[in-house]
Design a protein around this ligand. Structure first.
Ligand code: ATP
Length: 301
């Protein structure tokens, strides 16, 4: 099935003078795991809020299951499982009360299916939410998001501040969900490695813009990581078309470049330098390069 679950077209959103999303377009066909990766403040939550109908598109359009989530929230939200970073479950409720409360909203709620993660996560039904540890609280949120067998599971920074064991549960649950044919997962995180483990497709968002959107191996293999040894130490990197980021090690500088290393090879010959290593970058290196972090001021040679 190639029908898109999420279709965002030319979406722009400003908060006062701040542009949180700039002309974002995305198409997410059914039945895959999509990773949305961006640094803090990149625009991930703002995008997700549009998908949930919590924000109206200022310009551009948002469709989920072919519907406008603002105009038709019941039809859209009843088919989505959502877990936010805040995981705002009322503290006074017991785990079993919280489960009953959510079950009332969803005709598709599956008691047997819900019992499995409750058991796996070791969640005591009689414990009040406020008395759960941070990890157990996140697990409770995940159980609620999963148990009505949503067609689309949206996890917004689900593992931030959690320990690796809880994160592993989260990822396990994601994989289990997609195992059910035709279900789609949107998983937002600033942890590139975590997204890379589970996502079929990675969308990198940087300062409100989509920097790259493709399967992780396609993103990696469309970049090169090239280490150049200069005849003498240099303090600032040269400017070369296609190079997004340089990192220095005295006489050796490592570039992350878009596409191949052709431009760099030509430049290296001119500098009387030589290429000492060349490989595909990690997804994290590509992400950091796109985010433009630690970009050194350029100097022409
Ligand atoms: P984080 O990982 O920190 O949650 P994010 O990628 O989810 O980041 P957003 O929360 O979408 O980022 O924020 C994008 C930008 O828009 C940020 O600069 C943020 O300060 C700004 N922003 C978001 N919501 C509002 C709001 N209601 N009012 C003003 N500015 C906002």
């Amino acid at each position: 099935m190639s029908e898109s679950v999420i279709e965002v077209s030319d979406l722009t959103r400003r908060f006062g003078a701040k542009t949180a999303l700039a002309s974002v377009s995305l198409s997410m066909p059914r039945g895959a795991v999509y990773g949305l990766v961006g640094a803090n403040g990149a625009g991930k939550t703002t995008l997700i809020k549009h998908l949930l109908g919590l924000l109206r598109a200022e310009s551009g359009s948002v469709r989920v299951f072919g519907l406008d989530p603002v105009a038709d929230p019941v039809s859209v939200l009843s088919r989505i499982g959502y877990l936010s970073e805040e995981n705002d479950i009322p503290g006074w409720m017991r785990v079993d009360e919280r489960i009953r409360y959510s079950r009332a909203f969803y005709p598709g709620w599956d008691d047997v299916y819900a019992e499995e993660p409750r058991h796996t996560f070791g969640l005591d039904p009689m414990v009040k939410i406020r008395n759960l540890s941070k990890g157990q609280m996140a697990r409770a949120g995940l159980l609620i998001a999963l148990a009505h067998r949503p067609e689309l599971l949206v996890l917004d920074e689900p593992s931030s501040g959690l320990d690796p064991i809880v994160r592993r549960d989260m990822l396990g649950a994601v994989i289990r969900t997609i195992a059910h044919e035709g279900r789609t997962v949107l998983f937002s995180s600033h942890l590139v490695g975590e997204v890379e483990q589970v996502a079929d497709h990675v969308t990198m968002i940087s300062r409100g813009r989509i920097a790259r959107s493709a399967p992780p191996e396609v993103i990696r293999e469309s970049h090169r990581c090239v280490t150049v040894r200069f005849p003498e130490p240099r303090h600032r990197p040269p400017t070369v078309a296609g190079v997004m980021r340089w990192e220095s090690q005295d006489q050796e500088w490592t570039a992350v470049a878009r596409g191949g290393s052709g431009e760099l090879e030509v430049a290296v010959a001119g500098w009387k330098a030589r290429i000492v290593a060349e490989r595909f970058p990690s997804l994290d290196e590509v992400f950091v390069a796109h985010a433009g972090e630690a970009a050194a001021p350029a100097e022409d040679v």
